[in-house]
Design a protein around this ligand. Structure first.
Ligand code: DON
Length: 344
């Protein structure tokens, strides 16, 4: 698997020296510990009592998850972990997993493979749209909607089901900095009811995007969506994306820094589905949601932040997590588009 230390050590050196020569510094100023603690506490207090939205129920087991779970974790790129609320309860990672499988395939096959086979544009359709596939015969999608994500999973290298699955789980675990496992009740519930995803995979196969068995790709995808994560895991995973692909807590390099801008760009374009534009307008943060109730967001070079709260709005994004992350990032200057005029 390619990473800073493996595939392209020269690339990193060139990047670092060209940044230094151009006078840019690698580390932007990080918010103070006091400011972070206060922003987390305020957001948790402000939204804990908000009970808008409802758990997803199209996967029956998701309806049974405790709707009161509410935890927020922010991890700075120097590896400091700040948390508030319930940071231990696990929910299924769901669509947030799509980012990490996208990163894995990008590492294995380079930045041109996914745009070529899947696309990197917002579809303008719901995340499990069949119409979007038909519109361009499976092109012009992105790795964060179901058709693109199942296809992305089908592109992971490996000799058969177990080998591919183990690579995916290993990669996610390295992002979280601990051994993650599958929530089997969620997996079985989704596997019994994922006929629509099976149809999507067959269509992507029919249009030549999936090679091999489309049902195997759907099943591995279903398994990856059922991985259990708590808010701390997601916070560390987000901070790895913020820290040019290096887990700031364990120090493990997982994505070549040169590949990170493309991954963050797709998160910015399509991370919150039909509301990706509204989210970006409000926060400027590349982010990804999942129907389990988690959201990860990235302030590049500064911090990763995650929140878990299962009740979702009508689009499928956690109500409390969106609000909490937006407020915290605003309080800490997380929006990468927000700069001050240059002083001569
Ligand atoms: O395939 C599905 O429908 C789920 N496993 C994942 C969907 C999801 O998380 C979309 N999120 N907003």
């Amino acid at each position: 698997m390619g990473c800073v230390t493996g595939k392209n050590p020269l690339g990193l050196m060139v990047l670092v020296s060209s940044l230094l020569l151009s006078g840019l510094s690698l580390a932007s100023e990080l918010p103070s510990a006091e400011a972070i603690r206060s922003a987390l506490k305020q957001a948790h207090e402000r939204y804990q009592g908000l009970d808008d939205g409802a758990n997803a129920d199209y996967i029956p087991a998701l309806a049974k998850v405790d709707s009161d779970i509410f935890g927020i974790v922010l991890v700075t790129v120097d590896g400091k972990v700040y948390s508030v609320g319930d940071v231990k309860s696990e929910v299924s990672i769901q669509s947030i997993s799509k980012v990490f499988t996208m990163a894995l395939v990008t590492e294995e096959k380079g930045v041109d493979a996914l745009p070529k086979n899947v696309g990197v544009d917002a579809t303008g359709q719901v995340f499990n749209s069949i119409h979007a596939i038909e519109q361009h015969k499976g092109h012009e999608m992105n790795p964060l909607v179901n058709a693109g994500a199942i296809t992305t999973t089908s592109m992971v290298e490996g000799k058969g089901y177990n080998d591919i699955w183990n690579r995916i789980l290993r990669y996610y675990s390295d992002f979280a900095g601990r051994e993650l496992t599958v929530l089997e009740d969620i997996y079985h519930s989704e596997a019994e009811t994922n006929q629509r995803n099976q149809a999507i995979a067959h269509l992507m196969y029919a249009y030549g995007h999936i090679e091999g068995d489309p049902l195997q790709a759907t099943d591995i995808y279903t398994r990856q969506c059922s991985v259990g994560v708590n808010a701390r895991d997601l916070g560390i995973m987000a901070s790895t994306l913020a820290n040019a692909g290096v887990n700031p807590v364990t120090g493990k390099a997982l994505v070549d820094p040169e590949n990170m801008p493309e991954i963050l760009a797709v998160m910015a374009t399509a991370g919150l589905y039909d509301d990706a534009g509204k989210w970006l307008y409000r926060t400027g943060l590349p982010a990804k949601s999942g129907v389990g109730g988690g959201i990860v967001a990235v302030s590049p070079g500064k911090f990763g932040i995650a929140a878990i709260s299962p009740p979702l709005d009508e689009v499928g994004n956690s109500v409390r997590a969106q609000k909490a992350i937006a407020d915290i990032s605003a309080a800490l200057g997380g929006n990468p588009y927000q700069v001050m005029p240059y002083k001569k």
